[in-house]
Design a protein. Structure first.
Length: 306
């Protein structure tokens, strides 16, 4: 049975088939140029992605989607690995048709996988770098060498990843589950990365995309959005926080709607992706708006983690 698989390093999930603007051309093409696209956006045009509700989330190279329908040059899809209260099957939205390939034999389940552990990593065809892949891109392993690993690509070809950029596991289920301190350590790799509304990659992340990705890197698949993340996992008393717990913040000094999530860094500090125009940072919460708005904490990591 064939599957629909993302065939660009980062595919943005748009709210509608007509959400993308003229200046977003490099994000909806194939090949994409995410770096140039982001460099071309100023504060106002980045902020519009959120304020005009243009973007929902993002998908990475090799991720499978469920196609619901098509309209003009877009597929209406479900992101199967991003849990959402919007749809029981996963996160809904629209992606360009050119960024999706129908694959007859995608060997991601039940086979060895390569998981990108570098923030960004080059994918090679023979000796030439052909794509730059994001952290947490997962591809089926065809053959494992000491210095490079051969992987299956959505277009049916074979590519190579440098061994130092990836971790290889016997299967998706074999990805080890980390402790809270591992989630923090993983998050620290992205200090200074710019906030991007809807972002889920090494090019930029939003607050819940950051918490989702750091948990995923440590073996935990959690919901995509902050308000959904706040309803699952183990609730933790606010006076019993440990590094790696997710902290949620709500309007009206914690009594209103949840609007932000970050990772507890320890010693009263927050590790998070704040908002448009800011970078991923660690900051003390004492005497800040975050101290006033903190409303709930959830633990997705297991104390018995490896």
């Amino acid at each position: 049975m064939s599957k629909y698989v993302i065939n660009v390093p980062v595919s943005t999930i748009w709210t509608s088939y007509d959400s993308a603007r003229k200046l977003d051309e490099k994000a909806i093409s194939n090949p994409t140029d995410i770096r140039s696209w982001l460099d071309s956006l100023n504060y106002e045009t980045r902020l519009e992605l959120c304020n005009a509700n243009l973007i929902q989330s993002q998908l990475l190279f090799g991720q499978e989607v469920l196609v619901l329908e098509e309209k003009e040059d877009y597929y209406h899809i479900i992101a199967l690995t991003q849990g959402s209260s919007k749809d029981d099957r996963g996160y809904p939205g629209w992606v360009p048709k050119c960024q999706v390939t129908e694959v007859a034999d995608w060997k991601l389940l039940g086979n060895p996988v390569a998981v990108v552990k570098s923030n960004l990593a080059s994918l090679y065809s023979t000796e030439k770098a052909v794509l730059e892949l994001s952290f947490q891109t997962i591809l089926p392993v065809v053959d494992k060498g000491e210095k490079k690993v051969m992987v299956q690509l959505p277009d049916g070809n074979i590519g190579y990843l440098i061994a130092d950029d990836i971790s290889v596991y016997e299967s998706l289920d074999a990805i080890p589950k980390g402790k809270g301190t591992d989630i923090v350590r993983t998050g620290e790799k992205f200090l200074g990365l710019s906030y991007l509304w809807g972002g889920m990659s090494g090019y930029g992340m939003d607050c819940s995309g950051f918490s989702y990705t750091m948990c995923k890197a440590n073996g935990y698949i959690i919901p995509r959005d902050a308000h959904d993340q706040a309803k699952e996992g183990e609730e933790v008393p606010l006076d019993a926080l440990e590094p790696g717990d997710l902290l949620f913040f709500a309007y009206e000094e914690g009594k209103g709607k949840i609007h932000h999530v970050g990772i507890y860094h320890g010693e009263g500090k927050l590790l998070h992706s704040p908002k448009t125009g800011r970078d991923i940072e660690i900051l003390p919460m004492e005497n800040t708006i975050y101290e006033k708005e903190l409303c709930v904490a959830r633990r997705y990591w297991q104390k018995g983690g490896e």
